[in-house]
Design a binder for this molecule. Structure first.
Ligand code: TYD
Ligand code: MG
Length: 417
């Protein structure tokens, strides 16, 4: 379409035009990243905190957001950085008690303010000019310019916007803590995710020890990078040998399979378990933890249509052991095999007394689809002696995978009470 021109085009304002610059001529200041001293957090961020950036850390209550951010500030402070911890949720005394639990004494030297008024916090940021600041949390700060309770959509937007304005102007990196709703979405407006440079999700189950930290968005590094943590008495500890732990604990019982998952760019072996029993309920129960519920529903539908495993009157429980959350299309086959093995009440065939390992995405027509990083998944399984792996390169369909893992048992399955 031709650009409008001629006398019909009105100049709307007196704004002066600016000269565009070729991208190649733009000077980029090389980001000097600030290390948080927590390897897994640094790598999820793509190599540490970019000065002046805005990082949103979302997670359910009790998952460890305050602990993680306190630990990061303590390490930054010990490395000579100016820090500030703003708590709009807990009293200064409560923050101190947490800091006392953490190993090392740097946490006790973090400057804190316990404030819920946004303007007080902004004024303090202007005066203190920290290099890195934690705002805990974006839902509990309140702006007196707006009506509405703290945490309302308008308030959250205002709080984040104002913090961002000061942070960008003063070159303060901000770790913005955010709450998530029951279904895992960040509470508050979606616009929050667009405003910030990075969105990290801290996931897992509060009563279990393992947690995953995942980058959902990262302007300065790869998204989907993830790290595994364990909550201990003295704070969060990085779990660097997660595959070894999960494989070591894998049960090999009927209903159990090892999934070669990808957590960002890293392979991770986890045990997926299923339990299937006759249901007294209409509709029957589908209880899923550590995986996407909709994805599991899809796998159950494919099992009914293409593998003769009808689960219409069965309760199905599917669980990733250890409380880690897997966000990977390659988990489909593990769910299918775990459920089939649970229904048939036979353990999956594997070699040398090791658990069976698998990965692959399920198509709606019962085909197995390849997923990213197949070679790295295979290599990780091999490292722990889990061969052969049932996967899309060697098995094109769910039927073929079942024949290998379940021994071609094609009888219609009877579901036990
Ligand atoms: P917290 O960081 O307060 O979670 P969030 O800010 O996400 O709500 O801590 C969560 C839980 O971790 C809390 O129940 C206490 C526990 N915890 C430990 O087990 N060990 C520790 O060293 C600390 C500091 C907390
Ligand atoms: Mg907290």
């Amino acid at each position: 379409m031709a650009a409008p021109s001629g006398p019909g085009v009105r100049r709307r304002s007196g704004a002066a035009a600016v000269a565009p610059v070729a991208l190649g001529d733009i000077v980029v200041d090389q980001h000097q990243r600030l290390s948080t001293g927590i390897g897994e957090l640094d790598s999820v961020l793509g190599g540490g905190i970019v000065p002046g950036s805005l990082i949103l850390i979302g997670g359910a209550p009790g998952i460890g957001k305050s602990t993680l951010t306190t630990m990061a500030l303590a390490n930054l402070l010990a490395a000579g950085r100016r820090t500030l911890y703003v708590s709009a949720e807990e009293s200064a005394a409560q923050i101190r008690l947490r800091a006392e639990r953490l190993s090392g004494d740097a946490a006790l030297r973090i400057p804190v303010i316990a404030q819920t008024d946004l303007h007080t916090v902004l004024a303090t940021l202007e005066q203190e000019r920290p290099e890195v600041c934690v705002i805990d949390s974006v839902q509990t700060l309140h702006s007196s310019d707006l009506s509405g309770a703290a945490g309302s959509v308008a308030q959250v937007r205002e709080v984040a916007g104002e913090i961002m304005r000061v942070a960008k102007a003063r070159h303060i990196a901000v770790l913005l803590v955010g709450h998530v709703t029951k279904d895992g979405a960040l509470a508050g407006p979606r616009v929050l995710e667009h405003m910030v440079d990075c969105v990290l999700a801290f996931e897992g189950e509060r009563e279990r020890t393992y947690r995953t930290l995942r980058a959902l968005k990262n302007r300065f590094g790869p998204a989907h990078e993830a790290g595994v943590f364990e909550m201990r008495d003295h704070g969060l500890v990085e779990v660097l040998d997660a595959s070894a732990r999960f494989v070591g604990e894998a049960t090999r019982a009927p209903g159990s399979v090892v999934l070669c998952a990808m957590e960002g760019s890293r392979p991770l072996l986890v045990e997926v378990q299923a339990l299937v029993c006759r249901s007294e309920l209409v509709p029957p129960r589908r209880v899923v933890s550590g995986l996407d519920r909709n994805r599991v529903a899809l796998v159950l539908a494919v099992l009914g249509r293409h593998a003769g495993i009808g689960l219409g009157s069965a309760d199905v429980f599917v669980n990733v052991v250890g409380g880690v959350r897997i966000d990977d299309p390659g988990a489909d086959l593990a769910v299918a095999l775990a459920v089939a093995s649970a229904v048939r009440r036979t353990e999956l065939r594997s070699s040398a007394g090791r658990p069976l390992a698998c990965f692959g995405e399920l198509g709606l027509t019962g085909e197995l689809r390849t997923v990213a990083h197949g070679d790295r998944r295979l290599a990780e399984a091999q490292k722990f002696g889990l061969t052969p792996v049932v996967e899309p390169e060697s098995h094109g369909t769910l039927r073929s995978a079942f024949a290998a893992a379940l021994g071609g048992d094609d009888r219609p399955a009877a579901i036990a009470a």
